[in-house]
Design a protein around this ligand. Structure first.
Ligand SMILES: [Fe+2]
Length: 194
């Protein structure tokens, strides 16, 4: 699969928080991860993916999946920066935190893809329904583009899968930022049933 510079540029426009990552190599691999995930799906943009936490769950009434990724990243930075200010001893790696927040749902183009959804719906006994959830597929994408295991861990264990392991410090922040995003949105009445 070949990725074009136009696809990379589109990812940078959808996720301006990428510029918060200081390390050039890490920054470019985050771009590559999203461009690769989108190129292997029916979606051309993160904003085209339904704006919910999982397929079939309530969606943002006025917002997109890109708003979710940007919002979780902003929340993760706020939590991380404030805790770091209060407790300088906390060993938060801010670059990894931002990269992990940006990539936590990088498997969603696969799990939400309407072509995949239709296949799994038609024959759950063949490959499963879904065959692979977005956290596991996100790990595949992260490792394929050469992102470090710390970022792959956030993709793979930000959600329920993380209950089976001990989350890293940065992933603990991303996990709570992610859940806070959906729970605050739900409590505030800005989600509608899919
Ligand atoms: Fe998320």
């Amino acid at each position: 699969m070949s990725i074009t510079d136009a696809q990379r540029e589109h990812v940078r426009r959808e996720l301006p928080q990428i510029a918060e990552i200081g390390d050039t190599d890490l920054r470019e691999k985050v771009v590559e991860a999203w461009a690769t995930a989108l190129a292997g799906s029916s979606f051309n943009a993160i904003a085209e993916i339904p704006a919910s936490g999982n397929p079939g769950m309530p969606t943002l009434i006025d917002g997109t999946q890109a708003d979710h990724i940007r919002g979780v990243t902003q929340l993760a930075m706020l939590i991380g920066d404030e805790m770091q200010r209060q407790f300088p001893a906390l060993p938060i790696d801010r670059d990894l935190l931002v990269a992990g927040a940006l990539c936590h749902d990088v498997g969603k183009p696969w799990e939400f893809d309407p072509v995949n959804q239709a296949r799994w719906q038609a024959a759950p006994g063949k490959a499963g329904r879904p065959s692979i959830r977005h956290p596991a597929y996100g790990v595949h994408i992260c490792l394929t583009v050469g992102l470090p295991e710390e970022v792959a861990h956030m993709a793979g264990a930000h959600s329920g899968e993380g209950e089976l392991v001990e989350r890293s410090l940065e992933n603990t922040i991303v996990h709570h930022a992610d859940y806070a995003f959906w729970r605050v949105a739900g409590a505030g009445g800005i989600l509608e049933d899919a």
